[in-house]
Design a protein around this ligand. Structure first.
Ligand code: 4NP
Length: 162
């Protein structure tokens, strides 16, 4: 079976979506499912292109034994055809990716990724969005990781090959 292709998307691609990518990869490694998925992340903005994840997010993830291998890149219309599923962190990201999908459609017919908020897969938290931690304190990064561990666990349960 060909791998399922997932793209995690936030604004800057240095905090939330690299963390989602790292958390999901961590779960895959734990379960020996790496071959079943292709995982990437991207931002709707371009300010941080080429940069590793924010050092505060890297440190918070490292305390949980989670590596964040991402280098920031901006999402492009072709990603809608390259990925099966795009998981957005907040309502602005969702609107931006949906707008990109509408603009990209005429020139690139064919299969388009399913676009959905990652919080849809939470099993414990009731939040609709993953809050942007960039301008806040250390707590915000821990909260993002708590949420993403919950959401990525639910996502993997949903997508796990049976
Ligand atoms: P992210 O966080 O979208 O989770 O990567 C942000 C990173 C950078 C900025 C905003 C949010 N920024 O304004 O530069």
């Amino acid at each position: 079976m060909s791998p399922q292709r997932l793209l995690f998307v936030c604004l800057g691609n240095i905090c939330r979506s690299p963390a989602a990518e790292g958390v999901f990869l961590h779960l895959l490694a734990h379960e020996g499912l790496e071959d079943q998925f292709v995982v990437d992340s991207a931002g709707t903005g371009s300010w941080h292109v080429g940069k590793p994840a924010d050092r505060r997010m890297l440190a918070a993830a490292e305390r949980r034994g989670i590596a964040l291998p991402s280098r920031a890149r901006q999402i492009e219309a072709a990603d809608l055809g390259r990925f099966d599923r795009i998981l957005t962190m907040d309502n602005d990201n969702l609107a931006a990716v949906e707008a990109l999908a509408r603009r990209g459609a005429p020139g690139s017919p064919g299969q388009q990724a399913l676009i959905e908020p990652i919080t849809r897969h939470c099993r414990q938290f009731g939040l609709q969005e993953v809050p942007d931690p960039y301008y806040g304190g250390e707590d915000g990064f821990e909260q993002v990781l708590d949420l993403l561990e919950d959401a990525c666990g639910g996502l993997l349960e949903h997508l796990r090959p049976h």
